[in-house]
Ligand binder design. Structure first.
Ligand code: SDX
Length: 426
């Protein structure tokens, strides 16, 4: 099948490529050469940047698949490292493969001891995302033996190191921000329990991981692990297309995720719920969200792809109730505000017409706050979980034989050519 495009007095046929499921694409690679024109799609609302086998989203049906497996089933039956294996290798691991993978990740969880001094350079009140962005980028200064991306062995070592060390760096960013000593990883613990202990243990007493909380956080990591070609993943792919080392590419992804329109929305959503404060103030904020002259938006609502309920938000909401129940938090006013805000918004014509539903960030903040994380750590936890998705997508791009450096063009609307004017004549 092909798409016939007639523009000015030129007609061209562009091939149409079909995927396994989901929208087909018009391959416009030869458009400029045949018509002298570019396509124009600044928000990439109708643009596919690559072929991928990793994650599939159906925004209208509210479907999310990792390597074909529905997110609901993975959240129910998998643990996070099992999901990491699936995203990286394309298949669920056998028992032996999982044991080996867990072992390999566990033995890469320590960071170079000199990283401690790297942290000393930050102010204690630095935002943990600033610290994480910098410390992830700094990993390339320590691991020269795994930055040659043309070597598949080095690519895999770098991937293992990144997935293994991101919880350690995230916990260090948290400890540094509260002035407590860093806690080393403990190999006898599973991935998420290890992270909780690195965050909340102190040298003065034994720390006991709450298994319900650990399982809930592990599931939250699964929900955040990958999400097709979102802004931060596209950033990682573009950075990687130049041949930059994987640590630098992941640091670029962390930086992009920080934005409040993207991964920063979980922090912004909780701050919004705190600002609303009580159920009776919700109508005022719904009104502001609908007012075109007011920049206020309902954080945690809306999505570029999901025009139905974000399937992750449903699982997130269930996890929120589980964790609050386990921690004996009976009536959390923030949860009351969130539930009522969701109820009102989903019955309001404005949100129904624009297909604005709660996304993954709407409930995650309430759960993470209940677990003891400060708001400033919420996007750090999102970055921790998304690192495997960024690595899997980076690896897929690097291993694609047709891969080239990404270099978009533009519609130029600036000045025509003009001559220099000496300063005394301006
Ligand atoms: C994530 O891409 C991904 O997959 C991201 C993510 C992932 O896992 O990687 O899913 C994670 O980033 C989730 C999204 C978190 N962001 C927020 O919750 C921030 C609040 N949401 C919005 O800023 C917005 O909905 C976006 C950024 C998520 C989507 O923006 P789009 O697709 O560019 O949509 P838009 O801004 O053009 O909005 C369409 C309309 C507009 O009204 P009109 O100009 O058409 O009249 O809907 C309105 C917007 O004003 N709108 C909202 C709204 N979101 C969109 N109005 C009020 N509150 C909102 N939250």
């Amino acid at each position: 099948m092909s798409a016939h495009i007639t523009v000015a007095n030129t007609s061209v046929d562009m091939p149409v490529k079909e995927g396994t499921i989901g929208p087909s694409v018009i391959d416009i690679g030869k458009l400029y050469g045949q018509t002298g024109m570019f396509t124009y799609d600044p928000g990439f609302t109708s643009t596919a940047s690559c072929e991928s086998k990793i994650t599939y989203i159906d925004g209208d049906e509210g479907i999310l698949l990792y390597r074909g497996y529905p997110i609901e089933q993975l959240a129910e039956h998998c643990d996070f490292l099992e999901t990491c294996y699936l995203l990286l290798y394309g298949e669920l691991p056998t028992a032996a493969q999982k044991t080996d993978f867990d072992y390999r990740i566990t033995r890469h969880t320590m960071v170079h001891e000199q990283m401690m001094r790297f942290f000393q350079g930050f102010r204690r009140d630095a935002h943990p995302m600033a610290v994480l962005t910098a410390s992830v980028g700094a990993l390339s200064a320590f691991y020269h033996d795994s930055t040659d991306i043309s070597d598949p062995t080095q690519r895999m070592i770098a991937s293992m190191r990144m997935i293994a060390k991101i919880p350690t760096l995230a916990a260090m960013a948290y400890k540094y921000s509260i002035g407590q000593p860093f806690v080393y990883p403990m190999n006898s613990l599973d991935y998420t329990s290890n992270f909780l202990r690195m965050c909340f243990a102190v040298p003065c007493e034994e720390y006991k991981v709450n298994p319900i909380v650990a399982r809930a956080l592990d599931r939250i990591f699964i929900l955040h692990a990958d999400h097709e070609q979102n802004a931060s993943t596209s950033t990682v792919r573009l950075a990687g297309s130049s041949g930059a080392n994987p640590f630098a590419c992941i640091a670029a992804g962390v930086a992009c995720l920080w934005g409040p329109a993207h991964g920063g929305a979980n922090e912004a959503a909780l701050k919004m719920l705190q600002e609303i404060g009580s159920v009776d103030r919700i109508p005022e904020y719904i009104k502001r969200a609908k007012d075109k002259n007011d920049p206020f938006r309902l954080m945690g609502f809306g999505h570029r792809v999901y025009k139905n309920y974000d399937p992750r938000a449903k699982i997130m909401q269930k996890t929120t109730h589980e964790v609050l129940g386990e921690l004996g938090i009976k009536d959390d006013p923030l949860l009351d505000v969130a539930m009522e805000l969701e109820r009102i918004a989903l019955s309001d014509d404005y949100f129904v017409e624009k297909k604005l539903y709660p996304n993954i960030d709407f409930y995650s903040g309430i759960t993470l706050k209940a677990m003891g994380f400060p708001t400033s750590m919420f996007t750090v936890l999102f970055a921790l979980a998304r690192t495997v998705g960024w690595i899997a997508q980076w690896k897929e791009m690097i291993e694609d034989p047709s891969q080239r450096i990404g270099r978009p063009r533009q519609l130029y609307i600036g000045e025509r050519k003009r001559d220099y004017i000496a300063v005394n004549q301006r």
